[in-house]
Write a new protein. Structure first.
Length: 323
């Protein structure tokens, strides 16, 4: 059965039935949800995953797609030092999309919220027809009365700290491109051909598990700046450095692995924070560098200015293949 075989109402009913318990004052079923904002302000972000540049159906299950779509948005909320409270999801589906695939997407959203942000749930959304499978998510978060953590808050003398992986998802993507394509077209992943470490890397690409809870932890610990590392450590560190008017110096030896893929690989959704030099860096973060006065470049590695793009850009890096 494909989505063209049933009504929009039936498809929505099937999706909602799999999402789990609503966390909202008014959840799915009305024209809009009503979500509490205990801290008096709401953090809002949105992200879109499009078949082709953002995922390939040959590699991605419906569950992984839903999980990843949730995770990347939850990470942006965490990157502001907030707790995710609500997701709103719009699905643009080709008429030939199997209903079972859509149900798996809903399961992925439910499981991502349960694993990464238990106070959060999908509270509504929309479905429509499209030639290109697209998942668009809006996420809301609550600051709990604390100020948001901005990219612009890093101060000279701060220590630079990281929570989560960098480079693992990019390593997984490299495995997919190198080993699971024929004539440039993606082919299904054969798990039996992957080592344990390779499987972990591929999973990090297809269904990332960012350290969502550590965003609030960083805020409570008095971090000066925080952001989600989605496009590569160097590229995102440059964004924080430029916003703060400083240079971020990264120590290569403190990265794991200590190589270029950890510096430039994207889509792990780690959290990059700047803490005062006297602060106790919270458990889950590890120090990877320092904040220095603005120098020749906004980012340096072991004191050497880092030039070049340094991360993922869909307009530059997508190979144009849809499969």
């Amino acid at each position: 059965m494909v989505v063209a075989d049933i009504s929009e109402g039936e498809l929505v009913r099937r999706i909602v039935s799999r999402l789990g318990t609503s966390r909202a004052i008014v959840g799915p079923g009305d024209d809009a949800a009503v979500v509490a904002a205990p801290g008096g302000s709401v953090v809002v972000t949105t992200d879109t995953l499009v078949h082709g540049p953002d995922f390939r159906l040959a590699w991605t299950s419906g569950h992984d797609l839903g999980f990843k779509a949730a995770a990347v948005n939850l990470a942006d909320i965490a990157g502001m030092g907030a707790t995710p409270t609500c997701l709103v999801v719009a699905l643009a589906l080709p008429p030939s999309t199997p209903v079972s695939f859509v149900e798996q997407v809903a399961d992925g959203f439910r499981d991502a919220c349960a694993a990464l942000a238990p106070a959060c749930a999908v509270e509504g959304g929309d479905v429509t027809s499209s030639d290109t499978l697209t998942v668009a998510v809006t996420a809301l978060g609550d600051l709990g009365g604390r100020p948001p953590l901005l990219r612009s808050g890093a101060r000279v003398g701060d220590v630079l700290a990281l929570a989560g992986d960098t480079g693992l998802a990019a390593a997984g993507l490299a495995i997919l491109f190198d080993r699971f394509r024929v004539d440039g077209k993606p082919m299904p992943v054969r798990e039996e051909e992957l080592t344990q470490s390779e499987s972990r890397a591929v999973s990090a690409q297809l269904a990332p598990h960012p350290p969502i809870a550590l965003g609030v932890v960083a805020n409570a610990a008095g971090a000066h700046a925080l952001m989600d590392v989605s496009d590569g450590l160097v590229l995102d560190a440059r964004r924080m450095a430029d916003a703060s008017g400083v240079t971020l110096d990264i120590e290569r030896a403190r990265l794991d692995p200590a190589n270029d893929i950890s510096l430039r690989g994207g889509e792990d959704h780690a959290l990059l924070a700047a803490f005062a030099p006297t602060a106790v860096v919270p458990e889950g973060f590890r120090v990877i560098g320092t904040v220095r006065p603005r120098g020749q470049a906004s980012v340096s590695v072991d004191g050497i200015p880092e030039e070049g793009p340094g991360g993922w850009d869909p307009y530059r890096d997508w190979d144009g293949v849809i499969g």
